[in-house]
Design a protein around this ligand. Structure first.
Ligand code: FES
Length: 119
């Protein structure tokens, strides 16, 4: 199972966990599966920016450009970088094997708590 290695890093760039994912999984689901602290308040419906992650450059440029909805949400993300994406919108593929995913410096969770769906 799995086979696509993803190196998660904390906001300082220190290694957090290396996990293996399956083709087609999105980064938010993978993070949840492995207990990585990525929130994803809207569960993938592009209505928050709490799943913001920072990709390595190679991987970022391999991906299709984010859609307008995603860009709008990214604009609200705290600590936005040139290689930022919404984790729930990035599906891993074999050629992303070995990619790194860094957590942003801080999230705006405190500002979006009201929009958090109940579980
Ligand atoms: Fe809300 Fe990704 S989980 S935009």
């Amino acid at each position: 199972m799995g086979g696509i290695k993803i190196h998660f890093k904390d906001s300082d760039g220190n290694p957090l966990k290396t996990v293996e994912a399956n083709e087609g999984d999105d980064i938010l689901s993978i993070a949840h599966e492995y207990d990585i602290d990525l929130e994803g308040a809207c569960e993938g419906s592009i209505a928050c920016s709490t799943c913001h992650v920072i990709l390595d450059e190679d991987t970022f440029f391999k991906l299709e450009e984010p859609g307008d909805d995603e860009n709008d949400m990214l604009d609200l993300a705290f600590g936005l970088t040139d290689t930022s994406r919404l984790g729930c919108q990035v599906k891993v593929s074999k050629d992303m094997d070995g990619m790194s995913v860094q957590l942003p410096a801080a999230t705006r969770n405190m500002y979006v708590d009201g929009a958090k769906p109940g579980h």
